[in-house]
Design a binder for this molecule. Structure first.
Ligand code: IPM
Ligand code: MN
Length: 368
């Protein structure tokens, strides 16, 4: 298996967590005899500093020339005074648009070993396995007109969706649900917004092609409450862009930390992989960041771009094992007796070891 991976580590903790993720991909390649190549390029604040723009042409070329793009994080307080179109985040939005992936998959799995790390009671987080399908190229993020008029002191953003944009992302949600627990919860604000009425009508129509999947609709405000109250009721959660942004951060509470959440964006020319967390400038460069979100993102690269499902699972199981053994970065440490506080790098090393052991075992089994 050959795979060309563009690595865009970005800002803050991006480089340190991405290093652990690429180490895991290298290990999988080595252990399985695959040929993975990595090309690094700049995005976000580091790109503004080096090249004057958050998404240099060279970066876009590298990304478009690859089979998968692995991104760390973007965002730097240094640029807070800039308008949204000049900030590090603009680089991320531009590359999302250029790669064309419209379905952002954000799994939120409550690892049993982390039950004590969530502020929610263990009986609430038990067995939670939600897959958010967030529409990534429409809604308020990209709609026009958009403007802050300093003369009139008025600002405007536009929430806009076409039927086709809803159909294509809804199909992804139903396809995935049909291979899981066969339930889609579609999130909207149809009691107030026309866009949401279009959303709800379209999703209801798409659902007819998937009679084996149950569809329910939830208003976004009550959904925010339900995912804290009874998260295990949800399987696939389908949302527009901003609602998905907000609800997926909220889902980080269920897993114990935002640092645990991976994501993959599919449907475009090249898939884009990024952990859900941001650049966390307050802890950058201190070895405190949780690399598990980035490592689980690497597992998604194996699953969705390399077709190596077994290896993807092996990475996820290795993460599971390391958590069971009690290893914790600061964000998931609750200081109980059986846990051990480790650095970003040490956490990566532990996952690597657990992974190598499981792949060795698998190969030994195939050899007999
Ligand atoms: C995310 C982030 C981005 C988003 C920002 C950095 C543009 O919050 O991936 O969730 O809002 O989509
Ligand atoms: Mn976000």
């Amino acid at each position: 298996m050959r795979l060309k991976i563009a690595v865009l580590a970005g800002d803050g903790i991006g480089p340190e967590v991405t290093r652990e993720a690429t180490n895991i991909l290298r290990a999988v390649a080595e252990l399985g005899g695959h040929d993975f190549t990595f090309s690094e390029a700049l995005i976000g604040g580091v790109a503004i500093t080096a090249a004057g723009t958050p998404l240099p042409t060279a970066t876009l070329d590298t990304a478009l020339d690859s089979d998968a793009v692995l991104l760390g994080a973007v965002g730097d307080n240094k640029f807070n005074a800039l308008t949204p179109d000049k900030r590090p985040e603009a680089g991320l939005l531009q590359i999302r648009q250029a790669l064309g992936g419209y379905a952002n998959l954000r799994p939120s799995v409550a690892y049993a070993a982390l039950a004590g790390s969530s502020p929610l009671r263990p009986e609430v987080t038990k067995d939670v396995d939600i897959l958010f399908v967030r529409e990534l190229l429409g809604g308020l993020y990209f709609g026009s007109p958009r403007e802050w008029n300093k003369q009139t002191n008025e600002a405007i953003n536009t929430m806009r969706y076409t039927r086709d944009e809803v159909v294509r992302v809804a199909r992804v949600a139903f396809e995935l649900a049909s291979k899981r627990r066969k339930k889609v919860t579609s999130v909207d604000k149809a009691n107030v917004l026309e866009v949401s009425q279009l959303w709800r009508a379209t999703v209801t129509e798409v659902a007819k092609d998937y009679p084996e999947v149950t569809l329910e609709h939830q208003l976004v405000d009550s959904m925010a409450m339900h995912i804290m109250n009874i998260p295990r009721n949800f399987d696939v959660v389908l949302t527009e862009n901003l609602f998905g942004d907000i609800l997926s951060d909220e889902a980080g509470v269920i897993t114990g930390s935002l640092g645990m959440l991976p994501s993959a964006t599919i449907g475009g020319a090249v898939n884009l992989y990024e952990p859900v967390h941001g650049s966390a400038p307050d802890i950058a460069g201190q070895g405190k960041a949780n690399p598990l979100g980035a490592i689980l993102t690497a597992a998604m690269v194996l699953r969705h771009s390399a077709g190596l499902e077994q290896d993807a699972r092996a990475v996820e199981q290795a993460v599971h094992k390391v958590l069971e053994a009690g290893y914790r970065t600061a964000d998931i440490a609750r200081g109980d007796a059986n846990t051990q506080l480790v650095s970003t790098q040490e956490m990566g090393k532990q996952v690597h070891q657990a992974l190598a052991e499981s792949i060795d075992r698998r190969q030994a089994m195939h050899a007999v």
